[in-house]
Design a protein around this ligand. Structure first.
Ligand SMILES: [Zn+2]
Length: 626
């Protein structure tokens, strides 16, 4: 008892609380002894008491919006935990687990209210602590503050206000300047600009930040879609936090850039003016390359959950296996059904494998179903249109079989027709600001090119089947499948990358250079295609050189695309860079969630690495629906 009073007396909150009040308080508590790994508090349960740690250690951990367990704190003797339960009957916001043997004193909320008379100062102190703790817990959940050390977060909690709002309440009106930062701790809000719905925000998201950053009314009209709860920070406090925590500052600027791409030219200079301190967890690319070899970087990125998908290997193997199987059956059984199956699978095998490989290098892509849709759209629109146009312009009609053009004009015309048609599909797909990343253009471009190639292969195979034997058809399909990485997918990915530079020119620096890049990539794409068609008559060396030039260029574009994605992911999720090393030794106690799985952003449909808390494409908080 004496030692317990001693511990409680030393607690910062209990300064000035008279001795007899402390004694009365301690006598109202029950003593409990827990063993290693025992749970003192379970997240989500309704609490009715708080605990004073008097011996041993305890780990506080919580799952955030993405259901990842994060270690928040290690409690030592003298600490108070669970006091929110004293002011409100609410769910526990964290797990508390014993590390080794743990001794605690339990104070039930009924006893706490009785103490209001016997120990008024003790009562007041604990009430104050509960309020701060409540806000602290809520701020931890809105993960934008996750890089701020615990002690400072407590300070932030002291200047944060909780506000309950009713469904239908308008928090901000378009044209009105926000003077506060609003964070959503619970509920859903709608953003409207120019009377158009732009976004829905939910717990973990914030608004008003851009008004504070740029001193202008940018937020739009914000209305509560349900009864909700907001955490509010004033303008001066907001700017103070940004000054103190560079990472948080970068995160808010990135968010503003995502929400208002038209303001990038104003916002980027702000970003560049931020100091690059040694402890900065967002190193610029030059630094990164000087400091660490790329192998080390890759290793680190993998550990942090930037795991590239290797799903494509199984797709290549299974499609290849199926093609071999149908080829054997077609030769052996000579049944039209097997020949048809071999034709279909042979046409798809190369293109689908190539697209899934390119998709595997993407970190922030959309769902695969969207890619399949693009592939099919290109197959049923661009490919038949090209067939018709080529009949008309090159062969002079449906029946013609001999080209009217010379050996130089023909491949150029073919290339121009086919590349323009595929590029048209790309334009339909890539305009709109949701295709934020260069990788989007490369991946969708590859799918559009390969949808085209699949139909072309099947048509070629069909022609050979009509004019020759099934063996001729199979031979041509195998050659085309094996050569497919050199063809349409690569050319269209390169052209689409060029298109992306053109479409996003106003959001990028150096607009003249970008226009040149756009024209250059498109010209290269068309030239590679024309040269390839020209050499197709049998000059193997020429084909290999042309194919390799295309692949090397594609590789360079992929590298650039991946760098952009990793950068965006890191800026929006600085916590990925700094796993809470302080609590690393307790990981086995707290980590259960699968770190390698992916999350789906419900704002934009991006598949995001599970280690992230914010979507790098649309800036919304990632949440798992429980
Ligand atoms: Zn998103």
């Amino acid at each position: 008892m004496e030692s317990s009073i001693e511990l409680i007396r030393n607690h910062i909150l209990m300064k000035g609380v008279p001795e007899h009040e402390l004694e009365a308080a301690v006598s109202a508590m029950d003593y409990m002894l827990l063993s290693d790994h025992d749970k003192l508090i379970t997240e989500g349960e309704i609490g009715d008491c708080c605990y004073f740690i008097v011996g041993g250690k305890a780990l506080v951990s919580s799952s955030n919006l993405t259901a990842r367990q994060i270690a928040l704190d290690v409690l030592l003797p003298g600490a108070i935990v669970g006091e929110i339960a004293l002011i409100m009957q609410d769910k526990r916001t964290a797990d508390v687990t014993a590390i080794g043997q743990l001794e605690v004193l339990r104070l039930k909320s009924v006893d706490f209210y009785r103490l209001a008379k016997a120990s008024p100062m003790f009562h007041e102190s604990l009430l104050f602590s509960s309020r701060i703790r409540l806000l602290h817990g809520l701020l931890r959940k809105t993960t934008i503050w996750s890089t701020i050390p615990d002690a400072e977060l407590r300070g932030l909690a002291e200047i944060t206000r909780i506000s309950k709002v009713k469904r239908g309440d308008t928090i901000l009106t378009e044209g009105e300047l926000s003077t506060q930062l609003y964070m959503i701790s619970q509920g859903r809000f709608q953003i409207k600009r120019n009377d158009r719905k732009v976004d829905t925000l939910a717990s973990g998201d914030c608004f008003g930040e851009i008004d504070l950053l740029l001193d202008g009314p940018y937020s739009g009209t914000i209305t509560a879609l349900e009864d909700s709860e907001l955490l509010i920070i004033g303008k001066e406090e907001f700017h103070f936090i940004l000054q103190q925590f560079e990472q948080v500052h970068r995160q808010f600027i990135e968010l503003a850039c995502i929400r208002h791409p038209e303001l990038i030219k104003v916002l980027k200079p702000k970003l560049n003016s931020l100091p690059h301190t040694a402890s900065s967890s967002i190193p610029n690319n030059k630094h990164q390359h000087m400091d660490r070899s790329s192998a080390e970087n890759e290793q680190r990125d993998k550990q942090q959950g930037y795991k590239k998908s290797d799903h494509w290997i199984s797709i290549v193997l299974s499609l290849g296996g199926l093609f071999i199987l149908t080829t054997i059956c077609a030769i052996w059984l000579r049944h039209p059904a097997w020949i048809g199956a071999a034709l279909f699978i042979g046409g798809l095998a190369g293109p689908v494998s190539f697209v899934s490989f390119i998709r595997g290098t993407q970190l922030l892509g959309y769902r695969v179903s969207r890619l399949a849709l693009v592939f099919i759209i290109s197959a049923i629109t661009a490919a038949p249109s090209a067939f018709i146009l080529e009949r008309l312009f090159i062969f002079g009609g449906w029946q013609g079989s001999v080209s009217k053009l010379g050996s130089i004009a023909e491949p150029i015309t073919v290339s121009l027709i086919e590349e323009s048609l595929k590029l048209l599909v790309c334009i339909l797909w890539l305009r709109g600001r949701k295709q934020r990343f260069l990788m989007d253009a490369i991946v969708f471009g590859a799918a559009i090119g390969m949808g085209f190639a699949a139909v072309e292969s099947i048509l070629y195979g069909w022609t050979y089947l009509q004019q020759g034997t099934a063996a001729d058809m199979l031979a041509v399909l195998w050659v085309r499948a094996l050569l497919s990485p050199f063809g349409h997918g690569t050319w269209t990915a390169i052209a689409a990358a060029g298109l992306w530079y053109g479409l996003h020119n106003k959001n990028l620096e150096r607009s003249k250079v970008n226009s040149l890049i756009m024209i250059g990539l498109m010209v290269i794409s068309i030239s590679l295609h024309a040269l390839w068609d020209n050499e197709y008559t049998g000059r193997l060396l020429g084909m290999i050189i042309i194919g390799l030039v295309g692949l090397v260029l594609l590789y360079l574009l992929l590298k650039k695309g991946m760098r952009d994605e990793v950068h965006a992911l890191k800026v929006m999720n600085p916590i990925i860079e700094e796993p809470s090393a302080k609590y690393a030794q307790y990981r086995s106690l707290s980590l259960q969630a699968d770190d390698t799985a992916s999350l789906l952003c419900d704002g934009c449909g991006t598949v995001t690495p599970a280690s992230a808390s914010y979507c790098a494409r649309c800036g919304q908080a990632l949440r798992v629906t429980r």
